[in-house]
Ligand binder design. Structure first.
Ligand SMILES: NC(=O)c1ccc[n+]([C@@H]2O[C@H](COP(=O)([O-])OP(=O)(O)OC[C@H]3O[C@@H](n4cnc5c(N)ncnc54)[C@H](O)[C@@H]3O)[C@@H](O)[C@H]2O)c1
Length: 336
């Protein structure tokens, strides 16, 4: 079978999982990587015996790649994705799509116009626990979802924001807890509820990080077109990273989804559970080991073997909810 020739752009924190996934894939071959801080690219290049670049456009020109993974700060996602697609490459970009709706749509339009595969990482959908809940809702066994409660209480210190200039800024990160950390929960809720957003009431606050521009708290309630109410509280001012916590009250039962753990209690007394420890082999525990599954699906789509699970249109559905929180939140400058 043909192996895809892969390049990775952005050799920072999350890149470790992408390198590991490509190196262990039987559908792809790791060829090169690029980082504007070339020493970061060189470190991976030495480890994986590949070529390092400081300029990704030189990498496009020289390496005859089939696809790239984009692991860059948020504001560069669309720009680099479009440049890669124009160079004839398929693209897998890290979440979020970009810092606003208009830019996110540009990449989706470009992928359609240029006929390129364009995937957006949302690895939390690949936990067995989340998949079990999605399946139960889809099968109709739980009836209508009446209410969802989604809580993220994580810890991001001033030092975390001081480490990289793009973090904590409106024009480069595009927001704080919602667009960077809670986006995984927003995506799970939107994907499981599977309905258009009807209305959003959100308040954003900067309560505990005097040096950043963006929100460290967001709370509110949204309504989906199917009538489901979505209550949320997201903060990075807590003492540690607690598991993502999503609860649901449905017509025929209740759901608790706590990252790797899911418990569904049906009104007739039956219980379905899933508890799987998904520690990744590299990187931080809470990143899980689901990247490899999503990356494999992306390669399957590039090779014409599988349908892409999370393409641009699918990712836009979640991005719309994220952007609605910012539109309503009262902190983000309207111009962005
Ligand atoms: N899916 C997840 O669970 C998860 C977890 C962490 C981060 N992420 C996402 O991954 C992306 C990267 O985050 P990170 O924490 O690795 O950030 P990071 O700052 O550690 O890494 C970004 C890298 O991009 C490089 N870079 C910046 N501008 C560049 C340019 N013009 N050309 C080439 N390289 C450039 C930087 O030097 C840096 O090495 C973000 O979108 C983030 O939201 C996703």
């Amino acid at each position: 079978m043909k192996k895809l020739r892969i390049g990775i752009i952005g050799c920072g924190r999350i890149a470790v999982l992408h390198f590991d996934a490509v190196a262990n894939s039987d559908r792809a071959e790791l060829v090169s990587c690029a980082d504007i801080v070339v020493e970061k690219a060189q470190k991976y290049a030495e480890e994986y015996h590949i070529n390092a670049y400081s300029d990704y456009s030189q990498m496009f020109a020289k390496e005859q790649l089939d696809a790239v993974h984009i692991c860059l700060p948020h504001y560069l996602h669309t720009k680099v994705a479009i440049e890669a697609m124009e160079a004839g490459l398929d693209v897998l970009v890290e979440k979020p799509m970009d810092i606003n709706m208009a830019r996110a749509k540009e990449a989706v339009e470009a992928s359609k116009a240029l006929g390129r595969v364009y995937g957006v990482i949302s690895q939390s959908r690949y936990t067995p626990s989340a998949m079990m809940v999605k399946e139960a809702v889809k099968s109709g066994k739980l009836g209508k979802i009446l209410s969802v409660r989604s809580v993220v209480t994580w810890k991001r210190t001033d030092a975390y924001y001081d480490e990289d200039a793009w973090r904590g800024t409106w024009d480069m990160e595009g927001g704080g807890v919602v667009i960077n950390q809670a986006i995984h929960s927003v995506d799970l809720v939107r994907w499981i509820v599977d309905s258009e957003l009807e209305s959003m009431d959100c308040a954003m606050h900067k309560r505990n990080h005097p040096t950043i521009e963006v929100e460290d708290v967001a709370e509110g309630m949204a309504r989906f077109a199917n009538g489901t109410l979505y209550h949320f509280w997201y903060t990075i001012n807590y003492g540690r990273d607690e598991p993502i916590d999503i609860r649901m009250v449905c017509e025929k039962g209740t759901v608790l989804l706590e990252y790797n753990d899911a418990v569904i209690k049906y009104s007739d007394g039956t219980i379905e559970e899933n508890h799987r420890d998904l520690k990744p082999t590299k990187g931080k525990d809470y990143w899980g080991n689901m990247h490899a599954n999503q990356i494999s699906n992306f390669y399957g789509a590039c090779l014409g073997l599988e349908k892409l699970d999370i393409d641009g249109e699918e990712a836009l559905k979640t991005h719309r909810v994220v952007c609605a929180m910012y539109d309503q939140g009262g902190l983000k400058p309207q111009s962005l």
